[in-house]
Design a protein around this ligand. Structure first.
Ligand SMILES: O=C(O)CCC(=O)C(=O)O
Ligand SMILES: [Fe+2]
Length: 320
């Protein structure tokens, strides 16, 4: 395994010999089970077989990321999938995990993400699927959702309207697009004067749910934008769904927005790349790409993780 600290985050590249035990564990699971019929708890339990086969160097890298994140709040793990044809991509985020290739990939994604906590989803998001497809969908090109393509997917955190938003999410690339750059900016990298920082730390903002959620009540919640310890600041930001409640708050938000553009890093995801993002400390976005809608489009799998076991248990279920 090679590890490469960069300004953007930490990159870990697995050699095929290191990934092979995980792939074999996945194959064994799939010989006995069709995961398309598994519920979210069964899917998670199945992925423990992959988790148990993770090479120790990767366990160490993920542990160092989750405990100190000294190389950044994003971790890129490369070489997680064998060179396989994953077939035609589905054209909706909530599509089932159909077929051996995508089920295999879902197990790798869940198996590794479990090192950070418990996978979960909102029941209001993509039919509560534990593993969602990030694929371009017809007529969704310019939306601010996982199904967008021709339009920029602007700066956001996942589910900023909810205190239950994930602590981490993982994006596993089955098929990339050279035009699609996944961009990220960490709260600890933005440079702001004391006054702006103070205003952003006050609940002078409202965050509304994004359009991907199907909700009865879509009223916004009051929130600060920056929070947490000074050495590990957290951020709750969205270009479209966050509203400042006064003029000073609006000005502070504009300064933050400028900083996100100034300090961001980016990565073009390729097959087998797993990008792990700290959703409490990082804002992300994705540049436009062209969708063909012919089954050969860019295709990622995404899952979200709750890192606090007491918080996870208090919710009482995996799909909340
Ligand atoms: O497509 C990407 O690289 C990012 C996707 C994303 O941010 C999302 O689905 O919310
Ligand atoms: Fe996102």
């Amino acid at each position: 395994m090679t590890t490469l600290p960069t300004a953007a985050g930490h990159v870990v590249s697995l050699r095929p010999a290191e990934s092979a035990p995980m792939w074999r564990a996945g194959d064994e699971v799939l010989r006995a089970t069709d995961l398309a019929r598994s519920d979210p708890d069964e899917l998670t339990a199945a992925a423990t077989a992959v988790a148990a086969a993770i090479p120790s160097a990767l366990v160490r890298a993920v542990h160092s990321y989750r405990s100190r994140a000294e190389h950044g709040d994003v971790l890129l793990i490369r070489g997680t999938l064998p060179e396989t044809d994953f077939g035609a991509n589905p054209s909706a985020s909530a599509a089932p995990l159909a077929g051996h290739g995508v089920q295999h990939a879902a197990l790798q994604l869940l198996g590794i993400m479990m090192l950070l906590g418990e996978p979960f989803n909102f029941r209001t998001l993509y039919e509560g699927k534990l593993v969602q497809h990030v694929v371009p969908a017809p007529n969704m090109e310019f939306t601010q959702t996982s199904e967008s393509s021709s339009g920029m997917l602007d700066w956001h955190v996942e589910d900023g309207f909810s205190p239950d938003r994930c602590d981490y999410f993982g994006l596993l690339c089955l098929r990339g697009s050279e035009a699609a750059v996944t961009r990220y900016a960490a709260a600890r990298d933005v440079v702001l004067d004391e006054r702006t920082r103070r205003i952003l730390g006050e609940p002078r903002f409202e965050m509304a749910p994004d359009s991907a959620h199907v909700l009865d009540d879509d009223s916004p919640c009051r929130t600060p934008v920056l929070s947490g310890a000074p050495h590990a600041p957290e951020i709750c930001y969205d270009d479209h769904y966050l509203t400042p409640l006064d003029g000073e708050a609006a000005e502070a938000l504009r300064e933050l927005r400028t900083q996100l553009d100034a300090v961001h890093q980016g990565h073009v995801l390729r097959t087998g790349d797993l990008l792990v993002v700290d959703n409490r400390r990082v804002v992300h976005s994705r540049t436009p790409f062209t969708a063909r809608h012919d089954g050969t489009d860019r295709w990622l799998l995404r899952t979200m993780v709750c890192a606090s076991l007491p918080r996870f248990r208090a919710r009482g279920r995996r799909i909340i």
